[in-house]
Design a binder for this molecule. Structure first.
Ligand code: PCA
Length: 210
């Protein structure tokens, strides 16, 4: 049976929940398109997040690995295209570390592209009425760090998805977009199904001017 690893992060930045962990934990043990899902939580800390991710990759050898994180400022489900080899934190992580302009992995490539069918995922999400887009940057905080490490260490298909705030979080951030837990769970199920069902991607205009 194929194996899917989904990871979510612990809360950070003053939040008491992280939609990524709340969402992936709901899918732990589920069989999606004949593959078994394992959900794991990562610390929101440079280094420690990658150590845990590596442990899980070594233990599970997943066919598909999707790391998920919170992007409170985003207004849709952001399927990340690329991870860059830089840590540049605007505020300390949960261990109090704030790396500035250091590589995620020294002497490794500048960037890695997601190996998920990112545009097919966006198209499938939109078809089911869920707001989604391809994101051209996963930032330079712990999520980009984890995505870069995931792609460096590898799984046949691997990538990263950022989720907006949950409604209960958005209630404390007036004006912020939110996505319900049920919609987040449905979105990740679709992302996993789409990844398992195709290796190639769609040609779909989803670019950005900045
Ligand atoms: N989001 C942060 C790190 C953990 C998370 O859920 C980020 O976007 O880097």
């Amino acid at each position: 049976m194929k194996t899917v690893l989904l990871t979510g992060f612990e809360p950070f930045g003053g939040e008491t929940v992280n939609p990524s962990w709340e969402t992936v934990r709901r899918l732990d043990g589920e069989i999606i398109a004949g593959a078994r899902v394992s959900a794991r939580r990562l610390p929101c800390a440079f280094g420690a997040a990658l150590d845990e991710l590596r442990r899980q990759l070594d233990a599970l050898h997943p066919d598909v690995a999707i790391a998920v994180g919170q992007a409170g400022g985003r207004s849709d489900i952001a399927v990340e295209r690329v991870a860059i080899n830089i840590d540049d934190a605007r505020f300390p992580d949960n261990d109090g570390k704030q790396p500035i302009d250091v590589p995620v992995i020294p002497n490794a490539p500048a960037a890695y592209f997601s190996t998920l069918p990112i545009k097919a995922i966006v198209a499938a999400l939109r078809e089911r009425g869920l707001p989604a887009t391809v994101s051209q940057t996963a930032g330079t905080f712990v999520c980009n760090h984890a995505m870069y490490g995931l792609l460096h260490h590898g799984a046949p298909q691997a990538g990263f998805i950022h989720l907006p705030f949950l409604p209960e979080q958005a209630a404390r951030h007036p004006g912020a977009f939110s996505l319900s837990l049920d919609d987040g769970v449905a979105a990740l199920r679709i992302a996993v199904e789409t990844s398992l069902s195709r290796a190639d991607d769609l040609v779909l205009s989803c670019g950005a001017t900045h």
